[in-house]
Write a protein that binds this ligand. Sequence first.
Ligand SMILES: [Zn+2]
Length: 274
Amino acid sequence: MLEIPESKTISVQAGNTLIGKRITKVITATSPHKFAFYCGDPAEYLNLLAGRQIQSTKGHGMFVDLYCDENSCITIGDGTNMRYYSSDEQHPEKHQLLIEFDDGSFLAFTVAMYGGIWAYLGIFDNPYYQGSKNSISPLDDAFDEVYFDHIFKSVTKDLSLKALLATEQRIPGLGNGVLQDILFNAGIHPKRKKSTLSDFQKSELFHSLKVTLDKMTTMRGRDTEKDFFGNVGGYETILSKKTINNPCPNCGHQIVKEAYLGGAIYFCPACQAL
Ligand SMILES: [Zn+2]
């Protein structure tokens, strides 16, 4: 899924690869998908995008934008995979959109469970997108302890740390995936209530959030996700579906998986006591 480290990584890779290329072809889905979302009719995307040149890219929250000339833009959201292929590679059999460039290279967009592939002129009027684009990223210096404190104080005292950090998009792009290692590194259980944290623990949490997301991004995303070229990310997750049977790297205790608030949580019961 696209969370902060992956949206940033993919946007940088896409920028390095695509800027200056001109779109020549748009091929609609070879495999229609009930939960692939578009702006209007994707059959119109050819009219909108043919001849457009990629000028810049931006990753924010759970979105990646490809900005073209003439004020047109392509945006993908969480759940959509955007993969680059060189001109000597075959089109994949199944996709939900394919865009070809003047040098024969192309992008294939695929959706697993659900996801958006939006092409539009001007502004994309989606509240989650706008909230993400206008927010301060934890990767930015402006996301400091004062800013974090402001988010912390904006919710009720009984809220759990998972609910606080990874629901309602209070911090766009901080989802259930990256949450696990942020809380592990801070030594805090996902179900801990906000009001039970000491000032010291709150500060530890802030630093873990910054350092963990920065490391995940520097390492080209998590090892549970794929980048723009289809390669697995270089950040080795401590707590994820890949490490479920591993002992805790700190204490050797068995890592536990539970369902909580619409997704799996992983934790070490010793290092992250409730
Ligand atoms: Zn442990």
